[in-house]
Design a protein around this ligand. Structure first.
Ligand code: TXA
Ligand code: MG
Length: 350
């Protein structure tokens, strides 16, 4: 969904070191306090931030992204003391996860307090909160003095931005400032876990893995939306999961199986205008243009490269891309979860 908006002037702020670049941190924080939008780096992906408690500011996020209004935003905080005022009741599990995984790539969904506007929570009675680890993000949140709502800083539907250049490509003229601060380390969005039911529930896989959560919590359910397509009318636990997501313009075809099976499938089915995103072990693939997203077992490398490569496929004008599907261990599940959406839930076994 894509609504047109009037172009605004976008300031570019390069911030590498939160202490040394303190004046630019101030500028970013001031804009945020004034109800403006600023794209900030985080360790997962870049986020399009605004004052989470100010509906007028939050409305600008939805407009800039072209985001459906029932898709809730994640609140970003820089210290644990901010959490109690944003939620009602703090289960033991939340404190445990905060202690274990914050600051870091974990979002917890909890019952929201009255301070969080419904525009921010997508009309829900719950709110997702995370404390990012990126030093520039934390310095900006601290200086702004308000929790920041920040979805991934891409246009709705396109791959999440993991470099400042991606943010500039998608959002120049649509936000008040973009903080440029290098590439995001993790490369896929945070793990989202809901603590609102009887059993903790994984809504979106990320760098904090199901194994880690299970070890900390004792139990964990995995929402079926992590694996399967959710009906657009169904009441889903994580509204973001029902939308087509992460898609480049090129058609993504996800292929699961051995290097030999993958190579054979490509030899038999590829045509002019196709390319491949494959493992380093996959070899040359008979001359089809190929991007490597890491070793077969190197899920961290795959996570850090996948969104940039999906954008590259479009930039180079390919019409179709055969992606060798990652295994589901560790952060591989998060990479798979994004790819199966990019592939519109179709996977070919070879
Ligand atoms: O790593 C991240 O989480 C990045 C960076 C910028 O922090 N942010 C991010 O936000 O990925 P976004 O808006 O692109 O994705 C948020 C996801 C959506 O799928 C949304 O539906 C889900 O989290 N979510 C947010 N609040 C929720 C809630 N109260 N209940 C259920 N799901 C929620
Ligand atoms: Mg997103």
């Amino acid at each position: 969904m894509h609504r047109e908006m009037t172009e605004i002037e976008t300031r570019l702020l390069q911030i590498w070191d939160p202490t040394g670049d303190s004046e630019k941190i101030d500028q970013a924080a001031r804009l945020l306090r004034e109800g403006k939008t600023v794209i900030i780096p985080t360790e997962t992906v870049y986020g399009l931030a605004a004052d989470a408690l100010c509906p007028e500011a939050v409305a600008k996020i939805f407009a800039a992204k072209g985001r459906p209004q029932d898709n809730p935003l994640i609140l970003h905080i820089d210290r644990l003391e901010t959490l109690p005022e944003l939620v009602t009741g703090l289960p033991e599990a939340a404190l445990l996860l905060a202690e274990r995984f914050w600051p870091g790539p974990l979002t917890m969904v909890l019952p929201k307090s009255d301070r969080v506007p419904y525009l921010t929570s997508g009309g829900l009675e719950t709110v997702g909160v995370r404390m990012p680890a990126h030093p520039v993000a934390r310095a900006i949140i601290a200086r702004a003095g308000v929790p920041l709502a920040a979805p991934s800083a891409n246009r709705s539907g396109s791959p999440s931005p993991t470099t400042a250049a991606h943010c500039i490509a998608d959002m120049l003229g649509r936000v008040d400032a973009i903080v440029e601060s290098g590439d995001c380390l993790v490369g896929v969005e945070s793990t989202v876990v809901s603590l609102t039911g009887e059993t903790p529930r994984l809504l979106r896989p990320g760098a904090i893995t199901p194994e880690q959560l299970r070890q900390a919590l004792g139990s964990l359910e995995i929402d079926p939306g992590v694996w399967e397509q959710m009906n657009a009318d169904a009441k889903v636990s994580s509204p973001g999961m029902k939308y087509k997501h992460y898609s480049p313009l090129a058609t993504v075809v996800l292929i699961r199986g051995s290097s030999e099976g993958y190579a054979r499938y490509l030899a038999e089915n590829s045509a002019q205008g196709d390319c491949a995103i494959s493992f380093s072990e996959d070899g040359e693939l008979g001359g089809i243009p190929r991007f490597c997203y890491g070793g077969r077992e190197d899920h961290a490398a795959q996570a850090s490269r996948i969104f940039a490569l999906l954008r590259q496929v479009d930039a180079d004008g390919y019409r179709r891309c055969f992606v060798h599907a990652p295994g589901l261990e560790g952060i591989g599940l998060a990479v798979y979860n994004r790819l199966i959406r990019a592939a519109a839930f179709k996977i070919i076994d070879v």
